[in-house]
Design a protein around this ligand. Structure first.
Ligand code: G6P
Length: 611
């Protein structure tokens, strides 16, 4: 949440920062702002998106050093005053911040007693004033020293970038809990919350770790740890093409990402599946497979869509590997004082690899001695770096706030892990493993087949665009898919939607069903077919309007439904990879019809770096 970009070099800093902020807008779009040093410090900021900020800038906003921010509001409503950058009392220093300063009230009071005035409701404004207070007290204190003294007093999380008019050749950045990286160029340096903002200018990045502070000049950088020791940081090579972070002719990133799925699922499978031999290769787990096989407990922790893929994982692990798994909301995991320790394994699933609650769950489990494994998309992200091993999704950058391709890649990877574990445990016959692996290799093409039905799904969407409520029902593997379908609709169209296990419907939601209620029935697993038919009859008897996702083995449900979308035949265990696709499209078309901003739904952000 919140995107930070900075530039120092010989080019127009404004242009680089604005472009970078646009790439980071998925992290928050409540307001945007920029601070440029060019003899003086000039700050422009406003409520709304980066485009609004851009329209405030003129040719006079020159300078080769700048920092910028796109905000997801935590403290203080989204308005011009609360927008970042925040400046010090003298107007010489500007700060942008991602995170939460937990003790800002105490610090604010102290600063107020010393005569500092505050204008915004944010926690960030204290950072600007606190740093300056050390210089005010003793003008011989250098900016870096003042920053360090301030950080020592701050409790909470931060990714910070700081500019000062008296140091026109320096950007200072610091990280604790919120991601920051340095883009290393030739005679120019960038800083950003994530690599998509720097990919156009350099393919060399240095990831900062918690407790580190960096002093950035145009020709180099110095990274210090919390003990003030200079570090020699690894320079990573970025493998991100510009095409991956552009819409490439699609009206929204979300639609592009939905249509990318035949490729992204293939990419998640690439090099890991041997259909001839019926084996799985997962390099990131090879050293750790014994621990997984012998684990006392396996827990999966995640948030949002990633939590839904974790639920699919639970079915997969139990069904294929005969291994019991618990799935936890990462945000709740810590507060149970979880019984996890040596001999246990925690899987964390995260597209961004930066979600604060998921990271906190990981750290808690690690501290208690458990083995921690990651299923992560963003290479080099904090979660990826802090786990003991894991499997990357290789789904490419996901920019639409509502997750689509990451979900199918997460489920693909979970299937591979469950199969591999099953084989190591001897819990699955060779023949059955071969059958699943053969079916898995067909999934990308089958997803392509479903995408060809997008016009039909759009027609269904047109009929239900103004329904105020939706119910999604599924059994077994289709239950997490029902949850995910409902979440997609809620997120991007603002229609109230609930996902339920089909049989649970009788314990409450059935009271809501009448001729106005669209009920999306995911009937794509063969082993629950008969029971699903009964549930659909129950909906029909109450005049609910049934939209069914069926496979060729669910003809009866198709007969009962008012509308249906047919997915190709596959193994039950793989059905979520297919049945979720029509649900993604349904919510997309409904949201577009309702005039919603599909890629940047209100109040949401993609990389949730606050708890
Ligand atoms: C936010 C996003 C969701 C995502 C969730 C978890 O809520 O809008 O799309 O599923 O965070 O994010 P992660 O990056 O950890 O998968």
């Amino acid at each position: 949440m919140c995107g930070i970009v900075g530039y120092i070099g010989s080019n127009k800093a404004k242009d680089v920062v604005i472009k970078g902020l646009k790439r980071l807008e998925y992290r928050g779009y409540d307001s945007a702002g920029i601070a440029i040093v060019n003899g003086t410090l000039s700050v422009k900021k406003c409520k709304g998106k980066v485009a609004s900020l851009e329209s405030l800038l003129t040719e006079d906003d020159k300078g080769n050093i700048a920092i910028g921010h796109t905000r997801w509001a935590t403290h203080g409503e989204p308005n011009d005053i609360n927008s970042h950058p925040h400046i010090s009392s003298s107007g010489k220093l500007a700060v942008v911040h991602n995170g939460i300063i937990e003790n800002y009230n105490v610090l604010k009071q102290k600063l107020q007693e010393d005569g500092y005035e505050f204008y915004s409701q944010t926690d960030t404004e204290i950072v600007a004033k606190l740093i300056e207070s050390f210089i005010d007290k003793d003008p011989s204190v250098e900016l870096v020293k003042a920053v360090k003294l301030s950080l020592a007093q701050i409790k909470g999380t931060y990714g910070l970038a700081i500019l000062h008019v008296d140091y026109p050749d320096t950007i200072i950045v610091a990280r604790k809990g919120s991601p920051l990286l340095i883009g290393v160029g030739e005679g120019e340096m960038l800083i950003a919350s994530d690599a998509s903002a720097v990919a156009e200018y350099t393919d060399k990045v240095v990831y900062l770790d918690d407790g580190e502070l960096a002093i950035i000049k145009k020709d180099g950088y110095q990274v210090l740890n919390a003990e003030d020791v200079e570090l020699s940081k690894e320079v990573h090579e970025l493998a991100m093409s510009l095409e991956e972070i552009e819409k490439s002719g699609f009206p929204f990133f979300m639609l592009k990402e939905i249509f990318e799925q035949p490729k992204t699922i293939s990419d998640s499978l690439r090099g890991r599946l041997n259909t001839e031999e019926g084996t799985i290769t997962l390099g990131g787990l090879s050293q750790i497979m014994d621990k997984l096989v012998n684990a006392n407990r396996i827990i999966i922790a995640a948030c949002g869509t990633s939590w839904h893929s974790g639920l699919v994982g639970e079915y997969l692990f139990e069904w294929l590997a005969k291994t019991s798994v618990e799935v936890e909301y990462a945000s709740e995991f810590r507060y149970k004082d979880p019984l996890i320790g040596e001999g246990d394994v925690l899987f964390v699933i995260s597209q961004s690899g930066e979600t604060a609650d998921t990271l906190a769950a990981l750290r808690e489990a690690k501290e208690k001695g458990a083995t921690v494994l990651g299923i992560v998309n963003v290479v080099g992200s904090t979660i990826a770096r802090e786990t003991d091993g894991g499997v990357y999704l290789h789904a490419g950058p996901e920019i639409g706030v509502a997750s689509t391709k990451a979900f199918t890649s997460q489920v693909t990877v979970l299937t591979l892990i469950a199969l591999s574990l099953a084989q190591h445990k001897g819990a699955i016959s060779k023949e059955y493993a071969r059958r699943i692996i053969a079916a898995l290799s067909k999934i990308p093409d089958q997803v392509g087949e479903i995408l060809k039905q997008s016009d039909e799904i759009e027609k269904i969407a047109n009929l239900f665009t103004y329904a105020p409520n939706f119910l999604y029902l599924g059994r077994s593997y289709s239950f997490p898919v029902a949850l995910e379908g409902a979440l997609k609709l809620k997120e991007i169209s603002y229609i109230h939607a609930e996902g339920y296990p089909a049989a649970e419907m009788k314990h409450g939601p059935i009271a809501l069903i009448d001729e106005m209620m669209p009920v999306v029935v995911i009937a794509s697993t063969e082993h629950t077919n008969d029971k699903m038919v009964s549930n659909v009859e129950e909906v029909k008897a109450r005049k609910g309007r049934i939209i069914a996702i069926t496979s060729p083995s669910n003809e009866e449900v198709k007969e009962l439904a008012e509308f249906s979308c047919r997915i190709p035949e596959t193994e039950d265990v793989l059905s979520p990879l297919l049945s979720v696709i029509p649900l993604q499209l349904l919510s997309y078309y409904i949201a577009v019809n309702r005039g919603c901003d599909v890629d940047q739904p209100r109040n949401l952000a993609k990389s949730v770096t606050v708890e």
